[in-house]
Design a protein around this ligand. Structure first.
Ligand code: DQA
Length: 145
């Protein structure tokens, strides 16, 4: 199966960006771990990071025609702002899990609302980079069923 991992704006800075909040692991390390885990299970991970809302939306549109079976997405700041990215996920109807490195509920109140959570199969937050791995495990388990 094919799993698409999408990282939203500013996540390219992981590792140097506010390390007290987001940790010291780089995005390349996260993606490499996910790729490795998927490969061991005989599956395939595609990853994209973008700072551009339109690029993220178009990536989700393309996923429909590429036979992507599952999406793991950290929409980053677009979590709290983007009806358009939400609508793109609703339109593709590919199941997805929403991931946040930080515990958004323990932070500023503007981070408490997500435009994605009610459409997501599940939401993982506050567990750092492990959250992506747990999301991938959940996706792989479902794809096996
Ligand atoms: C984030 C949380 C968001 O509120 C923030 O804008 C991010 C990252 C996280 O992974 O903790 O950029 O999605």
């Amino acid at each position: 199966a094919s799993i698409l991992v999408i990282h939203g704006p500013n996540l390219n800075l992981l590792g140097d960006r506010e390390p007290d909040v987001y940790g010291r692991t780089s995005l390349a390390d996260i993606d490499a771990r996910l790729q490795e885990q998927a490969r061991e299970a005989g599956h395939h991970v595609l990853s994209l990071q973008s700072n551009s809302e339109s690029e993220l939306i178009e990536r989700v549109h393309d996923a429909r025609h590429e036979g992507v079976d599952f999406i793991v997405i950290n929409p980053a700041a677009f979590t709290h702002t983007s009806v358009a990215l939400r609508d793109a996920l609703a339109a593709t109807a590919i199941p997805f899990i929403e991931v946040h490195l930080s515990n958004v509920h323990a932070r500023e109140s503007f981070r408490h609302h997500s435009y994605f959570s009610d459409l997501a199969q599940g939401v993982i937050c506050g567990l750092g980079p492990d959250g992506y791995e747990f999301a991938l495990q959940a996706a792989l388990r479902q794809l096996k069923q």
